[in-house]
Design a protein around this ligand. Sequence first.
Ligand SMILES: *Cc1c(COP(=O)(O)O)cnc(C)c1O
Length: 364
Amino acid sequence: MNTLAPRPSILSVEPYVGGSSKLPGVNRVIKLSSNEGAFGPPPGAITAMERAARDAHRYPDGGATALREAIGARFGLDPARIVCGNGSDDLLTLLILAYGGEGTEIIMSAHGFLMYDIAGRWAGCRVIKVPERELVADVSAMLGAVGARTKMVFLANPNNPTGSILPQSEVDRLRAGLRDDIMLVLDSAYAEYVDMPGYDAGAALVDAAGNTVMTRTFSKIYGLGGMRVGWCYAPPAVVDVLGRIRGPFNVNLLAMEGAIAALAEPGWIEKNIAHNTEWRGRVTSALTAAGIKVWPSEGNFILADFATAAAAQAADAHLKSRGLIVRAMGAYGLPACLRITIGTAEENGLLTEALAGFMAEHRG
Ligand SMILES: *Cc1c(COP(=O)(O)O)cnc(C)c1O
């Protein structure tokens, strides 16, 4: 008998499990598991999406022209070199389908963003995960992993879930050390939150050569994760390729209007950055004082290290019993850690109190 089967690489994929949002028997759930913004969607975006709902019978502009122009104006980039997608996951996947595939290799750091691994397997690539140094991508080791079949290298900077960042000199060294026929994808989902001086989200390297792509998202600081909008800034030849393989309407009407309004929201970015910088510091200090190791983070989340998987699981259970949902890190190969999104002042207070209580119990 013949059995229907997908391409073999598909069955090597563990389905992506997002941060959970429900706890049985708990009325008020505080979700700090998906790095969503602390303040909900920008008010102007809500209004724009409500208005756009009246036109929901119309197909959206397949070229996302107004959105690309708004992004271009906001970030000082040529709209002709911007491609929008159904979340940046959409664009990462399309890039891998177009430039990877069976017989090719892609390179990422050991605890890099999981979507590179997942989409790489979809495409049939061999995914090489390169060991890090203290949870920071190791450029020399990544360059050392390059082979004749290498087609793409992925770097989230800052990285999710570690929160770590490479200085610009290291990102430049990575690009300089790669062959010209290897694409470097700089995933800058958390660019706005970065404190490190001299940081560039990637546009400079994209401009410098024809083989680097920067991806960005509206899911984090712009508070529109549920709408699924991302974009990339790419060389003209890559824009052309993406234009051939993307879905013709891969950003929906409400998402497009919401994102345009989010870009125009007065003071939104400043408010979110100030809040995140303050609370990332305060949560880090509080957890450190409670005896928990916190890895340095340049994102809107922190990685708390409980030293053993058993302790991390117990801490997770303790938080859940109080309605607090954070992200377990087993799927990322960091079972002793929990990733915790920076929330509102109240949420952060409840989180740090609960973990201080957990540590006190654990010690005693
Ligand atoms: C959240 C995140 C994304 C964004 O994904 P969207 O599909 O745009 O929601 C991309 N890369 C990293 C590293 C992320 O953490």
